[in-house]
Design a protein around this ligand. Sequence first.
Ligand SMILES: [Zn+2]
Length: 478
Amino acid sequence: MSTYNTIRSSRFCSRSISRHYTHESLRCSSSTAGSSPRTLLSQLFLPTAKEVHEGTSKHTGQSHRLMIRAGLIRQSSSGIFSFLPFGLRSLRKVEKIIDEEMESIGAQKLSLPILLNANSWRQTGRWETVGSELFRLKDRKQSEFCLAPTHEEEITLLVAEEISSYRQLPLRLYQIGEYNHAYGQGRKYRDEMRPRSGLLRGREFMMKDLYTFDKTEEASMNTYEEVVDAYKRIFSRIGLPYVVAEADTGNIGGTTSHEFHFQSEAGEDVVFSCSNCGYMANEERAYGIKAGDLCTRCSADIPITSSRAIEVGHTFLLGTKYSSVLKAEFTPEDPVTPGERRPMQMGCYGLGLSRIVAAIVETSHDEHGIVWPFSVAPYRVCIVPGLKDVKVSDTVERLYDMLNDKKELKGEIVIDDRMGFSLGHRLKDAELVGYSWIIVLGKNFLEGGKIEVQDRKTRQKNYIEIDSVGDYVVNEYS
Ligand SMILES: [Zn+2]
């Protein structure tokens, strides 16, 4: 029986009954009462590839090539990508962490349109100042629109319309790419001159953007601090080292701005830092400073060092730049003159969702493939049956169910049942895709009875009694 037929046959019967891996083939058999369906790799859409022959060069980094090889994304056209199921799972995990941390500071989720009328952009002057990176288009009546690269105008007009009193403030609203909508709100567009490095600099990208509205400047500064803290928690939970640098406000405007970066040789940004006082700034902000200069902040005899980085988040304290122009005003509690209206103090805060996923791959891989942090791996465990054997297949199923009972691993396990491929081929694939744990049941298991558990990060193999595998795998990451 060919691999193709095997996969077809297991697909046919997977709908109505539980998926069941057996040693003979990948056929389905009726499930035992109460066992949940198991996730079999033969039934998933994971088009891994040996090599990618695309215009990727050394200085654009490895993430693009790795994400294509590991079957996470495919390019549709220059700078525009499809997320495949495994890539989308990681993206969703990043999104969930962001949602939880946004909720923890009282931010509410909404969804703004992608296609925006030019009028509000004209009011703020950005229709002219943003330039050719803005995707512009006309409808059949010749009205001008743009594909949103950001939503300051849209949200400010919305809030101006609906909020009128100090009693309704503060307000924190955010949005994220929503895949269950036909046109994915939360996606953003930028007509890059030279799209490159895959998702690191694409023309369509996914953002989390938060907008805050406060009564006073002081309150908006407190909000700013709270959001920066929430961002720190988000990156800590993702589990990779990050830095926060002072930044320029650019065409967004405002007074205070910070950037969040993953440090990476493949990054397009440069950050300057002082190891003594912790001062850290991006290139534009630290204009005139170069590596080797002495720090002017702390005046210590410490030279400034520079490193390359990938920007993954950006925070702006906007003041009243948008609220004044677009009349997002409220009646204050303490009016100085009768009928006084004050502009709201605003902040805007972005996280590059699709870029975070690419930046994770860029900063966390080795020559064998991706090394996902446990928090955002597409699946956390891959069980690989090494050979066709009744004892092996029974144990694979028992192990799957035992692991799936752990809350950290529920729905996070796949069985690589593609027995048409050699064990070596499947193990290479497992390292490429980057499951946190790769569990092999082969000759060693049949001879010694213990389970081979490999840590993807260290590539260390340990041989563990079946009853202890679950605790071992979870404890290593708690
Ligand atoms: Zn210093």
